[in-house]
Design a protein around this ligand. Structure first.
Ligand code: GLN
Length: 303
């Protein structure tokens, strides 16, 4: 298969969709990103990279960071995080508050904001309160040492982060945070505001396609742990559109409101797409269409 040709084709066919959808202006600094951009990169388990379109333009990774935070916590703690977070799809928007009260302060899954705040809290505890554990993992696995938090995005989110602050205080009221609310929110916002390109993200997520092996060949996760993260990505990675994403794309995937989506073809490759215009559930419109076309044409779906 001529992968380069395929990616170039996909850039052409999603063109009418780029520029559609809404940018995530509830974080004001994301509201100024140009919507007519689209990038795609594919990284094989052995580190070959194919890319097309705006694949090397950095964007805000937002909730894609939640996968890496979870990987670090599972790697260190094993299954104990599942006492503090469920792993069922929520069927609700990513920043919803209602379910958290109904379910006594245990978030539905680690990829909605409430669940990711709990995972980030645990990550802070096991990384000696360093708020940059996710950044270090991403730098190492992508080979790009200049990856960093976009300070404007972080400040913008902190100034408008009332919902996340509510979720964190709620979690604390149920005894489901180990660290002070402000430190946890700070670490969460900083990892969401990391700026990376499609190529960086495709490379950094390869361990999800290699049974947990890092780029240097050492294990980050065991094969069963890798299977489980991929399963949670499939069922919860695109929030209340996870059913539609499975139907159209048929791969584990994790989206962010910056317009990026990372998808995993287990034992084969990772793909990162990016286009800032979002659909109703906060997933990139052109990104989902591109992954739909990719799996339909290659047959590289898990179904
Ligand atoms: N930082 C964003 C928030 O907390 C992440 C949401 C997302 O990408 N879905 O609202």
């Amino acid at each position: 298969m001529d992968i380069q040709n395929l990616l170039d084709d996909i850039v052409g066919s999603v063109q009418p969709l780029t520029g559609q959808g809404a940018v995530a202006d509830y974080i004001p600094s994301l509201g100024s990103v140009r919507r007519d951009q689209f990038g795609i990169s594919l990284a094989t388990g052995t580190g070959d990279v194919y890319s097309s379109g705006d694949a090397d333009v950095p964007f805000s990774i937002q909730s894609i960071s939640k996968v890496f935070a979870l990987a670090l916590v599972l790697a260190r703690d094993g299954d104990s995080i599942w006492k503090r977070v469920f792993r069922e799809p929520s069927g609700n928007p990513f920043n919803s508050l209602v379910q958290l009260e109904q379910e006594d302060g245990i978030p539905r899954n680690p990829f909605i904001n409430a669940g990711a705040i709990v995972v980030t809290d645990r990550l802070l505890s096991i990384s000696a309160n360093s708020p940059s554990a996710v950044r270090e993992l991403l730098r190492k696995e992508s080979g790009n040492d200049s990856i960093d938090t976009d300070a404007d995005v972080a400040i913008s989110e902190a100034q408008h982060g009332h919902r996340n602050a509510s979720l964190a205080h709620f979690l604390a009221s149920y005894g489901n945070l180990e660290n002070p609310v402000d430190s946890v929110l700070d670490a969460y916002i900083n990892q969401c505001a990391l700026a990376m390109s499609c190529t960086d993200l495709a490379l950094a997520s390869r361990f999800l396609a290699t049974n947990g092996l890092r780029s240097d060949g050492t294990p980050l996760l065991s094969p069963p742990q890798t299977k489980r993260i991929n399963a949670v990505m499939l069922t919860c990675g695109t929030y209340d559109a996870a059913g539609e994403f499975a139907y159209r794309v048929g791969l584990p995937g994790k989206s962010g409101v910056g317009g990026g989506i990372v998808a995993v073809v287990p034992n084969n490759c990772t793909i990162c797409v990016w286009s800032p215009g979002l659909g109703r559930s906060g997933n990139s419109l052109a990104g989902v269409a591109a992954l739909d076309e990719f799996t339909s044409r290659t047959g590289w779906s898990i179904f």
